[in-house]
Design a protein around this ligand. Sequence first.
Ligand code: GAL
Length: 739
Amino acid sequence: MKILLCSCCLFISFISFAQRIELPTARFITGDDIKYSYPATDDGNWKDIQANIVWDAQGYEKYDGYAWYRFHIVLPASLKTNSLWKDSLRIFLAKIDDVCEVYLNGTKIGKSGSFPEDKEGYITTWNKKQEYHVAISKQYLNWGADNLLAVRVYDGGGAGGIFSGTPYVSMLDLIDGIEINNHSPVEFLSKNKAKKNILLANNFNQRISGTLHYAVIDVENDKAEKHSIPVNISPNGKFTFTIPVTLAERNNLYYEFEEGQTRKKIQLTETIPYLLTPAPSPSPKINGANVFGIRPNAPFLFKIPATGKKPLQYSVENLPAGLKVDAATGIITGSIKTKGDHKMTLIVKNSLGTDKKEFTVKCGDLLALTPPMGWNSWNCWGLSVSDERLKISAQAMIDKGLIDHGWTYMNIDDGWEAETRNEKGEIVSNKKFPDLKKMGDWLHNKGLKFGIYSSPGSKTCGGYLGSYQHELQDAQSYAGWGIDYLKYDWCSYETVYRNEKDTSLAAFIKPYSIMQLALQSQNRDIVYSLCQYGMKDVWKWGATVNGNCWRTTGDIEDSWESLRNIGFNQTSQYAYAGPGRWNDPDMMIVGQVGWGDNLHPTRLTPDEQYTHVSLWCLLSAPLLIGCDLGKLDDFTLNLLTNDEVIAVDQDPLGKQAKQVIKTDTYQVWMKELEDGSKAIGIFNLSDKNDVIRFYWSQLGLTDTHKARDLWRQKDLGIFRSMFATKVPSHGVTLIRIDK
Ligand code: GAL
């Protein structure tokens, strides 16, 4: 993309409102030289760059390595004199992908992350807010004259540079010293009562006083109870407060701290987690998909997912020859020799009754006839996944009953590989995974499946060993360990691809087809998940290498921006989804996530999480939970166990939803289902709760429809000509309508 910047913006930094100097553009050069931090260095020949979007979007596509930004800033003396506190200057640099060092008039004022040549080696802080404070007494500040702010950046891969906001300079106010920490979970005391602890931290060396205003808002009924209390926090002190809450279906908590001298405020609103999925009935109920794909003679493993008061008793009518069912666990094992559709009836009984379900095993070439459902280690543990951590989540999958709703795969992502191959050239696991074969057996005995990760390059994205030139050997090892799912991640194959200097599509596809053949030659059904972030429209050719799913985007993270940008942009690929061929908008970001040792609750609000699960189900996306299941809370469990919502994802027709209405504030997505009914998601993308209305005719539908609310599992009645629904900000109404 070419972006035209006027060179006259070069030395202009403007004051957009009273006390903020915005820095929308900078001078820019790739490479590295400490002289670039000196004010005297001439940057006349450098290029202009926008300082709020990554450099890859501005003519430096795929540039990794060092680069410098220089901002020329006039600091008016009024900035200082107009400030009440007159203490320090704030330099806000949004986020910087990946590592940075910041210099003001030649003096280093801060650093974030670690450069490759540093003692600690390369550590990215791409997602960290970059803000630096400089006392106004510093001699090197030039009031009323030019100042040079130089930023040294190192990009270790992917996009690079300053992004996610426009940098600016302003004076600090006392309010900037206050941080509201609302991270402690809401405690539910009884059906109608809860409490929430919040903490105000004063990060400055100065007493701060003001007022804490808070309100509990009953969103549905638009009622609010408002309260105010005086607050006085000693230097670097803390103030904790408990807000009592009387619960309605949806409650918002609003809090605001108003600093006493300036009357400046900081505010936060949060939605108290609210459960929509009704509790499962004690009577037996068979859940999950009604089709299952296998290849002839490959080991068969399928656990009948069913809820109801335990113990349950499982049986199958018309079980094909070669298979047997364990009556106590519902695990079906064996193998089938003959290709074709094998129809059977699954039966589950308990003391309260019996449930039956027609089920078809399609024995042929295609696996993953419905999108794979399970768990992957990446969004929680990142590279610090271990055997023990995997086992805790696997056990929780069973103990918390997720397996009874169809959640099956337990996939290790990057970080399991040893540093070198063994003397036979075979890949082996590192210390964190003492025995993969044993782990596979343990999972299979419980009715779970086992997934693993590799790269067609010599190194994975996390720097571990990849499969390059060992593909067949690796596929054999996987089969030996009982692997059921492979995520195959492009990563360092980029180097091979570039070195081969063949830019044809065939050269690009080649590594995926090599692994396809290696997998196909194993007597084991291994779901093949391509991960190359959607390059070269993978959805158009993923099926030719027998890929069962393919990532369509870069990595997701637990923020509304990331969810919205990924989820609501899955528009062009819908025609390519179908049984055994799924577009994958990346793994789920619910529960405790963290990409490393330190986990935190997802930063998505409850409504954003309802949106996430609804949209992924409409998109027929693989559903891979990316959190520590050992710490699964009631809200996340409830979110992941709604069988009517999951059924939208697991519908055997395998269509992907189409975006049928798109406005600035809301979108409607519609998915065709096998029985002729339709699942419709009505999403409110705005920052306000709203009533969303549309005519059936806008979706190309006939005039009258019966609608059912899938989250609440409740019939809503008959709607003539139009449908209207209240949708919370960033939330969803998910319905199923009859033909
Ligand atoms: C990324 C991939 C992530 C994760 C990671 C492991 O390329 O998109 O999902 O697998 O590599 O290093």
